[in-house]
Design a binder for this molecule. Structure first.
Ligand code: SF4
Length: 329
């Protein structure tokens, strides 16, 4: 197999990390590169492990997304009623499996296995019951809202041949910049309009959602030749009873999104030591000045700034002998 090449690209989440902390961005997209290889240097493997951490809320969100995607895929093959009980049973199995992976530290040999920030930087074995119950309740609540939603009834009423094959990462180009996105669900309605849906398990953040939905519109135009005036994009807020928030795809929104992508990509590339080869040097990516960001940063075990700020890296790391420089005093 040909060697993987770290190509420059842009995504909404990449921009988010760049805006929050340049150094965390470097660790995530450059420092961790190649860390999946058991023969890579220890620091690169550490950064790759940290890059794959997820918070409990991220984990809950990904389980909700997986269960919904699997359920709709199954429905397309064999239309059977979608029930809350079935969705929740599938989620329960995933929560159990993920939790077992995390406490058994399966991520030590396979870094893509579930590794939870709160456990990793905690005691590694347990969390307060109120935290785990909150996550279980959130997943159950979101799936119940999905099963009872008008959105689900609408999309099940559409012939599945009009559903788009989605929910996998894919790319499109904006002025030669490769942009990543993963549409949650899309279908063409009887009116010929392409409906793009984004399941949300958190609160609505208008600006970020607008940018994300604009990316989906670019993607739909590129991949499915959808006319931009025949695309409807919606966020579906599952925690709020599957409330639908629709955003108009206007020429102004698309122009602003395009400018945002190009400006963001330009700022990212400006920090590279060799933009043509997408090569970066750690020292060119400054620490952020937000202690709040550092306290919840996945890279706090590896980042010297976290040690300077005496950010708590947790009991597990101290027990297993993290390098002294990284220990909280
Ligand atoms: S610990 Fe702070 S400075 Fe270091 S990478 Fe994380 S957010 Fe950035």
């Amino acid at each position: 197999m040909a060697d993987l090449v770290n190509e420059f690209s842009w995504s909404v989440s990449r921009q988010g990390l760049f805006d929050e902390c340049r150094r965390a961005y470097y660790y995530n997209y450059y420092g961790a590169w190649g860390g999946w290889d058991a023969g890579a240097p220890a620091r690169i493997r550490l950064l790759y492990r940290l890059k794959n951490l997820r918070s409990l809320d991220m984990w809950a969100g990904s389980i909700v997304h997986e269960v919904i995607a699997e359920t709709l895929r199954r429905y397309a093959l064999k239309p059977e009623p979608v029930t809350t009980a079935d969705l929740q049973a599938r989620a329960r199995a995933k929560l159990r499996a993920g939790w077992t992976e995390a406490v058994n530290r399966d991520w030590e040999r396979a870094p893509k296995k579930t590794n939870l920030d709160e456990l990793y930087y905690g005691n590694g074995r347990t969390l307060p019951p109120e935290q785990t119950e909150r996550i279980r309740d959130k997943v159950n609540h979101c799936l119940a809202a999905f099963a009872d939603s008008a959105v689900l009834r609408e999309l099940l009423a559409v012939n599945y041949l009009n559903w788009k094959p989605v929910d996998k990462l894919d790319t499109f180009l904006v002025d030669a910049i490769k942009v990543w996105c993963a549409v949650d669900f899309a279908y063409t309605g009887d009116d010929g309009v392409l409906h793009i849906l984004d399941w949300k398990t958190g609160a609505e953040r208008e600006e970020a959602l607008q940018l994300q939905l604009a990316c989906y519109a670019f993607y739909a135009a590129d991949k499915w030749c959808a006319r931009r005036d025949a695309i409807k994009v919606c966020g579906v807020f599952l925690k709020e009873g599957a409330r639908v928030s629709e955003y108009a795809i206007t020429p102004e929104l698309l122009a602003a999104a395009r400018d945002h992508i190009l400006a963001g990509a330009g700022a990212m590339r400006a920090l590279l030591v060799n933009p043509a080869a997408n090569q970066a040097r750690e020292e060119d990516f400054p620490f952020c000045d937000s202690a709040r960001s550092c306290r919840r940063c996945f890279f706090r075990e590896a980042c010297p700034h976290a040690a300077e700020l005496a950010v708590d890296v947790g009991a597990t790391l101290l027990q297993k002998g993290a390098p002294p420089a990284l220990r909280a005093p």
